[in-house]
Design a binder for this molecule. Sequence first.
Ligand SMILES: Cc1cc2nc3c(=O)[nH]c(=O)nc-3n(C[C@H](O)[C@H](O)[C@H](O)COP(=O)(O)O)c2cc1C
Length: 312
Amino acid sequence: MSQTEFDPKDFRRALSQFPTGVTVITTLDAEGNPVGVTASSFNSVSMDPTLVLWSIDKGAHSLSAFENAEHFAVNVLSRDQVATSNNFASRGEDKFANAEYTAGLGDAPVLNDYAAQFECKTWAVYEGGDHLILVGEVLDYRYNDDAEPLVFARGSYAVSAQHPEMVKSSAPCTANEDDFVGDYLLYLLRESYQLFSADLYPKLMHECGVTPEEWRILARMISCPAIKISDLVGMVMQPEAALRETADFMTDKGLVEYQDKNTLSVTDKGAQVAAQMKKLAQSEETALLNQLTSEQSAQLKDSLKTLIEKLG
Ligand SMILES: Cc1cc2nc3c(=O)[nH]c(=O)nc-3n(C[C@H](O)[C@H](O)[C@H](O)COP(=O)(O)O)c2cc1C
């Protein structure tokens, strides 16, 4: 037993400030059935020998399969694989019914889609409190240079993007008058997104007391005061377990309540905060767009909507 009595949810929330990638780790059980779990605890360990590690909850259905496996495969997911992550984060069910895969080393299943893949021989299994730490020797690997990795941070799925400061500082290095980067559409969109959100999110916290994750949920509830957790999962890009933890924090703050165990509804206080949030977000948007003429700002929104439609 630990000497320190931390609140487990709060401790997990602190840990979630450390962003990770998302993997699906696969093996065969004793009967030769494929098993797999979504895991963000994957990390590199050693170059010589080539070792990686991850940890599995002792309560997982697939614990004994991994504990006894001679081989396992680490499938690092790409940004298009949120559904795969959610599928393998579900408990027990036949997760491979929805997956395309082939047999890899030691017949451990390897997914057809991945950002990277590491085929491992189990090298050591260590005790790690309520988890087992599995160390694998990488016997083979491959990766897709054109796949963007899926990121997991603060309980939400995310994508990696170059830090805006880096783009800014690289722009003036050239004596060339032709500022290709500074004039490129992706740069302009990302820079305006980053600058606007870096301004808005702290204000939402200071003035309305909500985190970005809570803002995403409450904003949905303005038009839909009761929502099924399973519907919210796709809307706010959180896996169900993480979403329930966010919802628990919101319940503690009195913003939402469970109508039943699968449905969240907004409380009177939550509706008030949502209205306050909406007012703040709109006034921030107005202040920004007031830098343009009303014609320019209408045109900007129309053009962006057209681009999103064409790209989508
Ligand atoms: C993004 C994400 C990361 C996760 N990371 C881990 C992990 O590192 N280790 C673990 O044991 N479970 C992790 N889980 C939870 C398991 O995927 C989940 O408990 C799954 O149901 C276990 O499957 P099983 O019970 O069929 O073995 C994670 C879930 C998500 C959504």
